[in-house]
Design a protein around this ligand. Structure first.
Ligand code: PRP
Ligand code: HPA
Length: 175
């Protein structure tokens, strides 16, 4: 049987100079388009944290896909960590820098009970700006970060170092 690692890596495409010159973009859309690969991601990103989280924190947009798949597999709900300006009630906001550009994430205050353990999932860990902002939001909201789990870690961009030793970080693949 093909391992999750082999299945997912066989479906990741590398595109030079996207979205700007000098960036090699790792495209996971073929992974999302494959039922077995998406299912394997949902399983393999949550298994290392089994019994240690209450809710899956999905980061818009690609993190939502993995969070939804993981939710269907393990039964935990999804905290939607959204790009700024989308959530209608009172929010907490964190600005962050991307490999290309800047952005902001928001969560609804009081969305989860105090102390809820949130496993943050996303497709790619690059500079760590995105999941770092998500983790700060979880803590500011009064919840706990159970861990950070991603499909692909781009090791050259220093995301793991930027996150420090404060969080347990799991990546299925490292490029
Ligand atoms: C991408 C990717 C991660 C983030 C990784 O999302 O899905 O969330 O960048 O980069 P970082 O570690 O340097 O923060 P993007 O902001 O392009 O949004 P999308 O999911 O809406 O496409
Ligand atoms: N691929 C997908 N998402 C990303 C990348 C990448 O190479 N870099 C930062 N976010």
């Amino acid at each position: 049987e093909q391992s999750a690692r082999e299945l997912v890596s066989s479906l990741i495409a590398s595109i030079p100079d996207f979205p700007e010159p000098g960036v090699t973009f790792r495209d996971l859309t073929p992974v999302f388009a494959s039922g077995p690969a998406l299912h394997a991601l949902g399983t393999s990103l949550t298994e290392p944290f089994a019994g240690r989280f209450d809710v899956i924190g999905g980061v818009e947009a690609r993190g939502f896909l993995i969070a939804g798949a993981a939710s269907a597999i393990c039964g935990a709900g999804v905290l939607t960590v959204r790009k700024a300006g989308k959530l209608p009630r009172a929010v907490l906001r964190e600005d962050y820098a991307l490999e290309y550009g800047t952005a902001a994430l928001e969560v609804h205050e009081g969305e989860l009970p105090p102390g809820s353990r949130v496993l943050i999932v996303d497709d790619v860990l690059a500079t760590g700006g995105t999941v770092g902002a998500a983790a700060r939001l979880v803590e500011r909201a009064g919840w706990q970060v159970a861990g950070i789990s991603v499909a692909l870690e781009l090791e050259g961009l220093g995301g793991r170092e930027a996150l420090g030793d404060r969080y347990e970080v799991f990546s299925l693949l490292q490029y």
